[in-house]
Design a protein around this ligand. Structure first.
Ligand code: ATP
Length: 383
């Protein structure tokens, strides 16, 4: 039987969450023992999945803080050990449930809303918007995952601050399970995290279709996201292999099309939406990016023209599929761009910036209008 101070420490540890799994460490079998001596000196032994796991320091610091503040504790010490193979198997089972009985992640029975973001042309800001929307939704309390399916042009790690100076955070591997790094509340996975020690700034991925297919499949199967409200996918531009793979693996996915205001970009954007439709996905809206840049003296410079977003929305709406709304028009903004460069998304740091504000508005709109989100326990996921 634990003494009263030991029970108090255990209760405090219930509030320490694994930063990758976002569940209490006490639930995950990560607390081996808690002892508090007669003078109130606490010793907490914790178990990590692997030695030097990326989250180790954070867990240790959080445990120390929680134990130190428990009633009846005068000082605290943390001992860190590593799980045995059996303990690790038990851990994996606790995290994702029994393999035989667990439903396929994001399968038809999953309650997670899946939104794929696509574009016709490259460089229209699809990845910047996807990252911004993911962070905005997470900030509003949703459990959000982000798959960077743009295998050749991966940029999500940089946009979320998970890649700095050529070093990219990697998922923690526990047996055959990968735990995605978390940034700004978003669980993210990208091919850029699986290049080992290679510098993503100078490493190119040149794979053929089957390899791309397997990679996306692996992201959806082996990367453990836990219960998500929303999974966003940043698709490569165009109508290639990955778009078709995503259509096959996630037929329930909803699709958002990103375009610039330029007519030439709009034509290609329509084509990528039509491919999504052919694979059974539903196009839920269009976002126009790189719209008019507000000048210091108050006028607006329409660098890429106007009207592309509305044009794409109009062309995609028809009697069979109904109206496809223009979800928003995000202006060009140096602040928004800089937030992506530094990995500090403008939606968090500069929510009043016109581009960030529009992305936040679009996120609200997505939360309000979602097919799958209606009637669900939104915002209740503990983060
Ligand atoms: N609203 C905006 N204002 C200013 N710069 C922007 C805006 N949106 C995106 N950018 C910048 O434009 C460039 C391209 O954006 P991004 O990489 O997000 O595009 P993309 O469509 O995902 O490209 P690709 O699919 O080809 O990788 C980046 O440098 C980004 O910072």
């Amino acid at each position: 039987m634990p003494t009263a101070p030991e029970a108090a420490v255990l209760a405090a540890l219930d509030r320490v969450r694994d930063p990758e799994i976002l569940r209490p460490i006490t639930e995950l079998g990560m607390v081996r023992a808690v002892e508090v001596d007669a003078d109130g000196r606490a010793t907490v032994s914790i178990l990590l999945t692997i030695a030097g796991c990326p989250a180790a320091r954070r867990i240790e610091a959080d445990v120390l803080e929680a134990a130190s503040q428990a009633p009846g504790v005068s000082e605290a010490r943390v001992e860190v050990g590593v799980m045995t193979p059996e303990e690790r198997r038990d851990f994996v089972e606790r995290v994702r449930g029994d393999r035989g009985s667990r439903p396929r992640q994001f399968g038809p029975e999953s309650l997670t809303r899946v939104i794929a973001v696509t574009s016709g042309k490259g460089g229209v800001g699809k990845s910047s918007l996807t990252a911004g929307l993911a962070v905005a939704l997470a900030e509003r309390g949703l459990a959000v995952g982000l798959v960077d399916a743009d295998v050749f042009g991966f940029s999500i790690p940089g946009l979320l601050g998970l890649s700095r100076d050529g070093v990219t955070e990697q998922p923690t591997r526990v047996d055959d399970m990968m735990l995605p790094p978390v940034a700004h509340g978003v669980k993210a996975i990208s091919i850029g995290m699986l290049l080992g020690d290679a510098d993503p700034r100078t490493t190119a991925v040149s794979w053929r279709g089957p390899m791309l297919h397997r990679t996306i499949e692996q992201f959806l199967r082996d990367v453990w996201f836990g219960d998500l409200d929303v999974l966003l996918l940043d698709l490569p531009p165009g109508t290639g292999d990955v778009a078709i793979t995503v259509g096959q693996l996630l037929p329930q996915a909803e699709v958002i099309v990103v375009t610039t205001p330029q007519e030439a970009a709009a034509d290609v954007a329509v084509r990528s939406a039509l491919v999504a439709r052919q694979t059974g996905q539903r196009v839920i809206g269009v976002i126009e990016n790189m719209a008019g840049l507000l000048q210091p003296h108050g006028s607006v410079l329409d660098l890429f023209g106007t009207g592309g977003g509305a044009l794409v929305a109009e062309r995609l709406g028809d009697a069979e599929h109904g109206e496809v709304p223009l979800l928003g028009s995000v202006p060009l903004s140096p602040v928004f761009r800089a937030g992506g460069d530094t990995g500090e998304p403008a939606v968090l740091r500069h929510p009043d910036d016109p581009a960030a504000a529009e992305v936040l508005r679009i996120a609200e709109r997505l939360m309000a209008g979602g097919r799958g989100l209606a009637g669900r326990s939104l915002g209740l996921s503990v983060r």
